[in-house]
Design a protein around this ligand. Structure first.
Ligand code: URA
Length: 229
């Protein structure tokens, strides 16, 4: 048996004091009954806990795939709406795995697993990130060569990218670094401009086409496993 506030804090929903306040405000149910006394003892393995009518799961790490909409920032807090604001779950400590620009759409993993996030973002691991890019000017053969061989422009150096033409004004690009505004800066270095950008894949994780911008879903166990391998 364990105190209700301690059980929730242990699972990672917040500090003991936060959990006391949460319980007192009547948002927690145990086996269907609202409990407002944080000192009530529960049976961790068998009692069913709910916060705001959502089941509490005894899980340490959580992984979500978000289709980031434009207009939302890749941060945990700020004056603008953040990607974390879009995740309607009672889970503390979630953060985005990397950053997409405010106007960029597409795949963003949201998790509280710092180790996996670090592995995926470490520049040393050269993790593939695939984007759908629309650009203002058609690319010349020379531009494509630059993209594929790596661009050096002033102080900017970009590693070689994999390029696949979609149309005169659109392509798919796979990059292996995660520099600030990387793709926009690559196109600027070619005298071109990105007019739309969407991330489609990170390593093995492919954006689920069923997710509309702003929607998310938990990762499947095999998707998590593939990212960890
Ligand atoms: N490159 C960019 O320029 N912006 C992004 O959001 C991601 C990659």
């Amino acid at each position: 048996m364990i105190r209700l506030d301690k059980a929730l804090a242990n699972i990672g929903y917040g500090s003991r004091n936060e959990m006391k306040r949460l319980i007192k405000s009547g948002r927690v149910r145990v086996n269907g009954e609202v409990i407002t006394n944080p000192t009530v003892h529960i049976q961790e393995e068998t009692d069913e806990l709910m916060i705001d009518d959502k089941p509490v799961t005894y899980q340490k790490y959580f992984y979500f795939m978000l289709n980031k909409p434009a207009g939302v920032i890749s941060a945990t807090e700020g004056r603008d709406t953040t990607v974390i604001d879009l995740i309607d779950e009672n889970i503390k400590g979630l953060f985005p795995c990397g950053r997409l620009d405010k106007d960029t759409e597409g795949l963003l993993m949201i998790s509280n697993d710092g180790e996996l996030t670090h592995q995926l973002l470490s520049p040393r691991n050269h993790i593939e990130k695939e984007y759908y890019v629309e650009h203002s000017i058609p690319l010349s053969a020379y531009d494509v060569e630059m993209l594929e061989n790596g661009i050096s422009s002033g102080a900017d150096n970009f590693r070689p990218a994999k390029y696949e033409k979609v149309s005169d004004h659109a392509c798919r690009l796979v990059i292996t670094e995660g520099k600030y505004h990387e793709i926009k800066r690559m196109f600027l270095a070619m005298g071109n401009q990105v007019t739309y950008l969407k991330r489609l894949r990170m390593k093995t994780l492919v954006l689920d086409p069923a997710l509309k911008p702003g929607e998310y879903r938990p990762l499947k166990p095999e998707e998590v496993k593939a990212l960890q391998d």
